[in-house]
Structure formats: structure tokens, C-alpha cells
Design a protein around this ligand. Structure first.
Ligand code: ATP
Length: 424
């Protein structure tokens, strides 16, 4: 099939974008013409527009200077900008929209895994430096060319053929993050990596070790942001890509079920990064777990969750014991990271342990005495450690359900603090 004509693309732009944004693009394109420059929408938004999917981010590419253009557009539209020097990009925030503006550029890689060196180029140069043909299309937003599709690398044909195709044989070696990106698109759209790119992926995956912790972690953030990250992770495992990060990592149907269960517990796009990460690491032993935390330079909260998993697994035998009182469960689990407990509740195979972990998360951890220290002081008891101990004893009874009202707590406190009551 032929690519959609300009009228169809203009129609899709108009119907797919909020009115203000569409007007803004038209106006920005006209402004660029006055500067003698051409402006384009490029990358993922063009792909999604051609697939009739809702777009997320807007990436504009100008054959000219992105910084001065962004400054002028911010003035015209009363927006705000952030400028990034390294790749001559700018982020423009206008009326609640966030738009990236970049100078069309050429790139070169000094060594695999490195960030590229860049120089200004044409829109075609800019499309040629990209990852896959389906992400290497642009739509002109300049004057009479408005709505024209620029597709020098056969991106539309690959969308139709449902292919994820790299643009040159060294692509995965130059930038191994593309391995994760290829797997994501393949799984998100139900596309295919053909035999030749798969062989190159196989060759390039050795370079994953050259990626910095932050770049590698970002790829996991992107995978976890997919609607069904388990599909990309299962594929990454099958292609031995996960094995390049840690030989101990496994991702099969078991992990996939845990990921689905995590989405059942949160709204689909709101599963915390740390929870997915903990489930991914659940089967790892302590040492491999710590290595992975380091390899991905996990932020402190996620590292706490992931390392909590190993320690919690050691408590599972205690949590299986018969006749555990709610307070026993509480004291065993208090101090553990709640997300680590949630991950164990999802992944642990023992019904009774799961139930107790959930009981802690949903009820026990929130139970506090109604009375506070000030209430007891108001009753005439002098401040000191005895008050703290009395409150802990009250909490224990509340956890076990043997006190439930303010009056019962007050009576209990009176008994417990008999000796510390000052003369009336
Ligand atoms: P998504 O829907 O996953 O956000 P996207 O295409 O918008 O898809 P981004 O990560 O925002 O993805 O990247 C924007 C564009 O930049 C891509 O469409 C692609 O053209 C280009 N790009 C991103 N990462 C790379 C890379 N590692 N190598 C080459 N080009 C890249």
C-alpha cells in the first residue's frame, strides 16, 4: 500500500492532536519559514500517527538552530524552555504541552556504548542516525509542505510489513540500548525482528556490558512503562539479553504471572518501578541481587526494596508457623519495606505466607493505639519511658483484637501505669 497522502496526514494531525497544539505546530512551521528554516515532526509520533495510535511526545526537528528557535517560540506562545547544550536540544512547555525541539544532526560513535558526537545536518541525515526504519520518518510542518511525509528509509513499508528493521549492520553494536528498544517495539506492536537483525543483535549484545548503569537502568524504566512489560522481558530472556546483565536472571511464565498480578494490585500504568524490579530479581540469591543493584545503580528506594526481598525470603519459614498471632506477624515484618513485602506477597508460593503478608500490608501496619503519649500525660502520668512501654503494650493488644475502644485502652493504661501515677 502507498503511504497516506498529504491530505490524509493533515486530517490525522488535526483529528489526533488537541486544537491548540495543532494551531501551535502550524504557527511554528510558518515562523520557521520566516527564519529561512524547515521544521518537522519526527520519530515516534510519526510512527504512531501512521499506525492511527494516540501519540505521546512531540519531537520537532529544525534544519537550523533549535535553541534560538525555541527561545523565539517560547516568546510567541508565552511558554517556558530548558536548553540542553550537549545535543543542541530544547524542551518547550506551552499551555500544558511539552515539545522537544532538536537541530537536525548527523552522529558518529567513538566506541560501542558511548554517547555519539554530533554535528548539524539535514532532516535526512537526522533520520538516518535513528534506530529503526519505523522511527525514521518525519512530517513537514513548514508552509506549503505542511503534512508531507518524509520517508527515505522505507519506514512506512516496514510498518505495513510489521518489521523492526535497523538501518545499518553496526546499529546494535554502536548503541546496545537499541537491543532493548527493538524488543520493546517488537512486543508492543506485535512486530518482528527478521533473521538478519536477530543475528546482529546476537553479535551486539556483548556490548551491553559497556553501557553505563544509568543508561541500562533507563532501558528497564522504559520496559516497565510498557503496557505489558512481561512480554518484552520474556523476549529479552529468550534472546539471552537478560543474561548479559546477570547470568542468574530468569524470566519465564512464572515472572510473567507476577508482573500481571502487580498490575492487578495497582492501576496498570502505576506499578512502582521498585516493585517490578523486585519481582524481576525475586529468584536471585543475595549476592546476585546485590550485584544487580550495583550494575543498575538503583536509586536508594528501589535498592531498599530489592535488597529487602532477600531478607524477607529468609523469614518465610517463620511466617509459615502455626498459631502466629497478628502481633507476631507485625513484629516480624515491621521495618521491612512495604514494596518488598508486596513483592513477596505476589511471588511467594505458600498460601499462608501470602495471606499473612497481605494482612500486614492491608491492616496490621496501620494499627496504632487511639491514645497517644499526650493523652496519658493529660490523665496525670508523668512523661518517661513507662508511657512509651504502655503504648506499645496497648498496640500489641489492639493488633490481637483484645482492646478496640478508647475506654478499653484507658483502662489498660491505668493498669499498666499503676506504679507511675503521681500523687493526685
Ligand atoms: P516511545 O513510544 O517508546 O516513547 P519514541 O519513538 O517516541 O517511542 P523516544 O525514546 O522518545 O521513543 O525517542 C524518540 C526518537 O528518537 C525515536 O523515535 C527514534 O527515532 C530516536 N531514538 C531514540 N533512541 C534512539 C537510539 N538509541 N538510537 C537512535 N535513535 C534513537
Amino acid at each position: 500500500m502507498k503511504p497516506p497522502n498529504t491530505e490524509t496526514i493533515i486530517y490525522r494531525l488535526k483529528s489526533g492532536l488537541p486544537d491548540e497544539l495543532h494551531r501551535l505546530l502550524e504557527q511554528a512551521g510558518r515562523h520557521c519559514l520566516k527564519r529561512g528554516e524547515s521544521l518537522y515532526i519526527a520519530g515516534g509520533m510519526v510512527r504512531d500517527l501512521l499506525l492511527c495510535l494516540p501519540g505521546k511526545d512531540i519531537d520537532l526537528v529544525v534544519e537550523g538552530d533549535s535553541h534560538s528557535l525555541a527561545i523565539e517560540l517560547a516568546r510567541i506562545f508565552d511558554g517556558e524552555i530548558t536548553l540542553h547544550e550537549q545535543f543542541r536540544t530544547a524542551k518547550l512547555s506551552v499551555g500544558g504541552f511539552s515539545i522537544d525541539v532538536a537541530t537536525a544532526r548527523k552522529e558518529a560513535y567513538s566506541h560501542p556504548g558511548a554517547l555519539p558526537t554530533v554535528q548539524a545536518g539535514t532532516i535526512e541525515d537526522d533520520l538516518r542516525r535513528r534506530d529503526f526504519s519505523i522511527n525514521s520518518m518525519a512530517i513537514s510542518v513548514s508552509g506549503e509542505n505542511y503534512g508531507r511525509l518524509i520517508d527515505p528509509l522505507g519506514g512506512f513499508a516496514d510498518l505495513e510489513g510489521r518489521l523492526v528493521r535497523i538501518l545499518h549492520p553496526a546499529s546494535f553494536t554502536d548503541d546496545p540500548t537499541r537491543i532493548f528498544r527493538a524488543i520493546r517495539y517488537e512486543q508492543r506492536f506485535g512486530f518482528q525482528l527478521q533473521t538478519a537483525p536477530l543475528k546482529l543483535l546476537e553479535k551486539g549484545k556483548g556490548n551491553i556490558s559497556s553501557l553505563s548503569a544509568d543508561r541500562l537502568r533507563y532501558e528497564f524504566e522504559c520496559i516497565f512503562a510498557e503496557q505489558a512489560p512481561e512480554m518484552a522481558l520474556a523476549r529479552a530472556y529468550q534472546l539471552s539479553v537478560l543474561g548479559e546483565i546477570s547470568e542468574a536472571l530468569i524470566f519465564d511464565k512464572t515472572e510473567a504471572k507476577w508482573f500481571e498480578a502487580a498490575r492487578g494490585a495497582y492501576s496498570p500504568q502505576a506499578v512502582p518501578f521498585a516493585l517490578y524490579m523486585a519481582l524481576l530479581n525475586y529468584r536471585l540469591g543475595n549476592e546476585d541481587n546485590n550485584k544487580l543493584i550495583k550494575r543498575l545503580n538503583l536509586p536508594a528506594d528501589a535498592a531498599k526494596t530489592v535488597s529487602g526481598i532477600s531478607r524477607l525470603k529468609q523469614k518465610q519459614d517463620d511466617l509459615k508457623k502455626a498459631d502466629m498471632r497478628p502481633s507476631d506477624i507485625y513484629y516480624l515484618l515491621a521495618g521491612f519495606d512495604p514494596l518488598a513485602i508486596k513483592a513477596c506477597a505476589i511471588a511467594c508460593p505458600h498460601h499462608i505466607v501470602k495471606k499473612r503478608l497481605e494482612l500486614y500490608l492491608t491492616e496490621l501496619r496501620h494499627i496504632r493505639p487511639i491514645l497517644g503519649g499526650e493523652d496519658l500525660i493529660r490523665l496525670g502520668y508523668s512523661p518517661g519511658p513507662a508511657i512509651g512501654q504502655a503504648l506499645l503494650a496497648i498496640q500489641e493488644k489492639r493488633l490481637n483484637g483484645s482492646v478496640s475502644s478508647r475506654q478499653q485502652e484507658t483502662e489498660l493504661a491505668r493498669n499498666l501505669l499503676q506504679d507511675s501515677k503521681p500523687e493526685q
